[in-house]
Write a new protein. Structure first.
Length: 267
């Protein structure tokens, strides 16, 4: 009755089902692990941005590479802005996805070291081949609070470090490169300013990182596992349907087959 399962068509169908089951199970676990990683990432961000700020010197120093565990940590620093050596970071967007630039201003600390402060976003004012008008930073000694960030690289950001830009314009924020330009010791990484807010709202402060969304990875994992369960169920349904079709065909053939000798005519 089940000899049809040895036919080429059914062997291929069965092998395909046997291959799909482990593949879809693995895809489900892949999405599940992405969900777990996203949840853990959100928890790290929340812990960092809700923790009490610490002095920037406790977390970074010249040449220091900001670790993932230090990223987004709130830090404070006191110093004087070097408004003569401000930079703009090309092709950055604000919360409304408008393209502009970030304003990068060195903050000279009391010990002579420099902290790079990303003061926020401004419009580009035309093609980004010329420097826009950069809002002046507050004068005198200031105390700033912000989120500590690692140096930007092409590998991590996907942004090409273009050459030949106008003076005062960069593609990536790198403390080592800035140390050469400023001829001062620069603390590793940089700070995204969160306080104090600029007068007049310009530059626009950067939004805190999103740590509430977990995406749809868990839903995708469940979908893949449901698909996995559907494969053997579907295979059984196809087998039973094939059996019914074969039984119906056999019954029809039996009904149309003569059961006795043909009648002879009499005269």
């Amino acid at each position: 009755m089940y000899r049809f399962l040895l036919s080429r068509q059914w062997v291929i169908l069965t092998l395909l089902a046997l291959v799909l089951i482990p593949v879809m199970i693995e895809l489900g676990f892949w999405q599940f692990h992405r969900h777990e990683n996203r949840v853990a990432h959100n928890k790290r961000i929340e812990a960092a941005i809700t923790a009490a700020p610490v002095a920037v010197g406790e977390l970074t120093s010249p040449g220091h590479a900001v670790a993932d565990a230090e990223r987004y940590r709130r830090v404070t620093a006191t110093g004087t802005y070097d408004d003569e050596n401000q930079f703009v970071v090309r092709r950055r967007t604000n919360s409304d996805d408008q393209v502009g630039v970030h304003v990068l201003t060195p903050l000279v600390l009391d010990d002579g070291k420099v902290l790079l402060v990303n003061r926020g976003w401004i419009a580009a004012d035309g093609p980004q081949t010329e420097l826009p008008r950069i809002p002046a930073p507050p004068g005198g000694e200031v105390t700033v609070t912000g989120r500590l960030m690692p140096d930007e690289t092409t590998a991590k950001s996907g942004i090409k470090d273009l050459k030949g830009l106008p003076d005062g314009m960069v593609m990536l924020i790198g403390s080592a490169a800035m140390a050469e330009v400023l001829d001062r010791p620069v603390l590793g990484g940089f700070v995204e300013l969160s306080a104090p807010a600029p007068d007049g709202g310009t530059p626009q402060l950067l939004s805190a990182p999103d740590h509430g969304s977990i995406g749809a990875h868990m839903a995708y994992a469940v979908q893949w596992w449901l698909f996995t369960a559907a494969v053997p169920v579907g295979w059984v349904i196809l087998v039973r349907r094939e059996l019914r079709d074969r039984a119906a065909a056999a019954a029809k053939e039996s009904d149309t087959t003569p059961t006795g000798p043909p009648a002879t005519a009499t005269v």
